[in-house]
Design a protein around this ligand. Structure first.
Ligand code: ZN
Length: 358
């Protein structure tokens, strides 16, 4: 196959994961939710299933799944999601800003989003101004530009002065993605929010572990919330759309290696759900079948199948152009997507060339 060493580790990974429960005895539980004012049961095939599985809900008061930007959605008692008003082809329903913490611990903001003053004000209000850190998964214009204005709002009110954390953009980044954090994150480090316990209240701690995941962008990072076993995947894993790997800042080899790294960590830390920067929560509490690990494995497999298809197409028509190849290699996606798909095609071709396969 295309990448023997990668496939070997992938197979090892699959073997290692099969001790998770006896799948044949597991049954799917439909989850009740409301969309467009209509209550319905969602199954595992619905993109909103993970969201309903994660948020504990009472079937007589089903969760509302309509996207909205005015108010944050409570995912857990210590986690809110505020979606930016920037829906589009590349951003789906809009960029998800995650707000971790409580009034007792203060808050960490993950991906403050685009330059959009109303969105910035809403983040600030949702945190009651008590923001301890602002972290960016990467520097694309829909993720990090809101960091400085948010920090300025905090400083103006003198309530807090949160540092902006992330990784500096590389020289390969487009000008609109230029970014320099106030402090560079370190792979594996933990960002901690905690409140002192009193006689009446216990200690409350939220720990975010940093994981470098280059591939979609050279300065991409993901975060695992250790206490709740959640992965904040930025744009590395999405719900409802496919991550674009756009060279030279995007790199397919790094993207695939980062997926394997995420899979290993999700297995080790028993991560159940993935919270992407675009789209609903992914995963299924019940039975682990759609746990974070399985989702990442499926994604990896999907990428490898695509790469194998591209290899075949290029081998059959070695003098062809990118336009010739995209028609055949992406014949299963609508033609309107081909201009974007060509970027990922190039990333796969570069990877195949670096491996000496073409
Ligand atoms: Zn994005």
């Amino acid at each position: 196959m295309v990448r023997p060493n990668q496939l070997l580790s992938h197979n090892e990974m699959l073997r290692n994961t099969h001790h998770f429960g006896n799948e044949s005895t597991l049954e799917s539980i439909p989850r009740r939710g409301m969309i467009g004012g209509v209550v319905k049961d969602f199954t595992e095939n619905d993109s909103a299933y993970g969201e309903l599985a994660l948020s504990h809900h009472d079937s007589s008061h089903p969760n509302t799944l309509d996207w909205q930007t005015e108010k944050p959605v409570a995912i857990l008692k210590n986690l809110q999601r505020l979606t930016a008003p920037n829906p589009g082809v590349m951003t789906g329903p809009g960029t998800n800003t995650y707000i971790l913490g409580t009034a007792r611990t203060g808050f960490i903001v993950i991906d403050p989003g685009p330059l959009e003053p109303e969105h910035t004000k809403r983040i600030y209000s949702a945190c009651e101004g008590d923001i301890r850190m602002i972290v960016c998964t990467h520097s694309h214009p829909d993720h990090s530009p809101g960091a400085r204005p948010l920090q300025s709002l905090c400083k103006l009110s003198s309530k807090s002065s949160p540092p902006i954390l992330g990784l500096s953009s590389k020289s390969t980044a487009k000008p609109a993605s230029h970014f320099v954090p106030e402090r560079e994150l370190v792979n594996g480090e933990c960002l901690v929010l905690s409140s002192a316990g009193t006689q009446a209240t216990s200690l409350e701690t939220h720990t975010l572990q940093v994981i470098f995941t280059p591939g979609h962008a050279a300065n991409h990072v993901c975060f695992i919330l250790l206490e709740d076993r959640l992965l904040f995947s930025g744009d590395h894993v999405l719900n409802g759309s496919t991550t674009i790997v756009d060279p030279p800042d995007g790199n397919m080899r790094q993207y695939l290696d980062s997926l394997l790294n995420l899979a290993r960590l999700c297995q080790e830390l028993r991560v159940e759900f993935i919270l992407p920067a675009h789209g609903y929560v992914l995963g299924n509490y019940f039975g682990r079948r759609r746990s974070a690990l399985t989702i990442i494995e499926n994604l990896y497999e999907h990428r490898m199948k695509r790469e194998a298809k591209i290899l075949k197409v290029v081998q059959q028509n070695p003098t062809g152009s990118m336009d010739d190849w995209v028609k055949l290699a992406y014949d299963d996606v609508p033609e309107g997507i081909w201009p974007i798909a060509k970027r990922s095609l190039l990333a796969h071709v570069e990877n195949l060339r670096s491996l000496g396969s073409i």
